[in-house]
Design a protein. Structure first.
Length: 179
């Protein structure tokens, strides 16, 4: 990633400072474009709903009309930023942090956002929650990215039943219905 710090460590205070959150505002426009594109290309049902009663942030759920594709929930945050939820357990935030030390670049974040959505819609996305007596593992994968989080039994229980999901591709919208 390109950024202002180069090979040097950012100063300690940069980790707790967000001097220009508005630099992330283009993520919101890119997300609007992405959702419009997904609605045009894929046969999906779209519903507006709050993510949950605690947050009350406006969200759009895109649900494949047929097949075994993963749902994609898009939340535009006040930061400004975007939060995606895919499948049963996967969350991704753009930006991930936003602090001056992380110095995330908005063009790179937009590319990551589009790639994440492309992996979900293309059926190149999976997730697994393990069961057992000790810490549980929540693993998600897509091309070039495997992430594992270790959860306490209580945290894992809040996610519901363990299982494995290798999600399928979203159904394409026919040319006649996309006009």
């Amino acid at each position: 990633m390109g950024g202002r710090w180069g090979d040097e460590e950012p100063p300690a205070e940069a980790h707790s400072r967000v001097s220009d959150p508005e630099r992330f505002r283009p993520l919101l426009a890119a997300t609007d474009d992405l959702v419009a594109d997904l609605r045009r290309r894929f046969d999906v049902e779209v519903s507006d709903e709050p993510l949950d009663a605690g947050h009350g942030l406006p969200a759009q759920r895109l649900h494949p009309a047929t097949g075994d594709g993963a749902d994609l929930v898009v939340v535009r945050t006040d930061f400004p930023g975007v939060h995606l939820r895919a499948g049963r357990w996967t969350d991704a935030s753009f930006p991930r942090c936003g602090c001056d030390a992380c110095d995330e670049q908005v063009d790179e974040l937009i590319e990551e956002l589009v790639a994440f959505a492309g992996d979900v819609t293309g059926g190149r996305f999976g997730e697994q929650l393990t069961a057992g007596p000790g810490p549980r593992e929540l693993t998600t994968w897509r091309p070039g990215a495997i992430n594992t989080a270790y959860l306490t039994p209580a945290e894992a229980g809040a996610h519901g039943e363990p299982g494995r999901h290798a999600w399928g591709p979203w159904p394409q919208r026919s040319a006649a219905s996309s006009t």
